[in-house]
Design a protein around this ligand. Sequence first.
Ligand code: NAI
Length: 307
Amino acid sequence: MTDISFDGQVAIVTGAGGGLGRTYALELARRGAAVVVNDLGGTVAGVGDDSSAAQRVVDEVRAAGGEAVPSYDSVSTPEGGAAIVGAALDSFGRVDVVINNAGILRDRTFAKLEWADLDAVLDVHLKGAFYVSQPAFRAMKEGGYGRFVFTASNAGVFGNFGQANYGAAKSGLVGLSNVLAIEGAKSGIASNVIMPVARTRMTEEILGPLAGALDPDQVTPMVVFLASRACELTHEVFSAAGGRYSRVFTGLTRGWYAGDRPASAEDVADHLGEIEDRDGYIVPTSVADELQQLLPLLRRSGAVSTS
Ligand code: NAI
């Protein structure tokens, strides 16, 4: 494959003052992108702010001969999102790539979860991605090109003890990406999701003995590919961890069709084997794909006309 270049392109990376986001910003800049390095610079729990985080990464990019500007705005307000995209448009005149990466943790078991910790986590991960992505999406539509990468987590998509707020926010991002993929398709906009696993300040204690093997730089190639012109995939989710790159998908089984008679709860219990059988499942890319799967069954039973 020819080298992947970002020459002439402009990328926004949120939460790029450290951890995974820093590696994305450095690699995109090394490959020619002008980068907005956004970071509020607070703690893992999202307390405080510190402009030195974003500034340090901007200095690193420039020292390596790349082009970058800092942004210290929080993703968690509409004004912050607009200012982050504004920094790209004011400094570089366009936006081609948005990597929604900023994140915090407020882990509590569900029984003990306080609403302030729900709000803080939803505001940064889920609403923050809306606030940054909408102004960027509008600019990309005008330019007829764009690449979004949203950062989900195995904690949400697969589930993890003590992370109800974080898991719900992260799974919500899959829904947002899927809709952007559909709405952006005719404007050359692709949207995909990364589920990283890597040693950062957020995870080094949680990962324990695995931490040493899970370098953030091993996530970077997947994210940089998804952010590039070379990526024609959209509406997909990928896991990257310790040098293993996988696709994660939501499948719909062929299921059990009750026919033209109403099913009872007992019927459902009796047919669980067919409902759960993975043979012949599909991976829908829109609501239409599910309806396409259903339609022949409805036609066969006469529930809808064949004409
Ligand atoms: P990190 O804590 O090093 O990076 C997160 C960055 O986001 C920090 O630099 C922080 O200052 C910034 N940030 C937080 N709130 C912000 C706000 N309101 N506005 C702008 N910036 C803000 O942690 P890490 O691991 O690099 O996390 C990056 C992303 O990857 C996060 O979304 C995280 O949830 C996600 N993730 C990480 C995993 C891992 O194994 N490290 C696993 C699954 C997901």
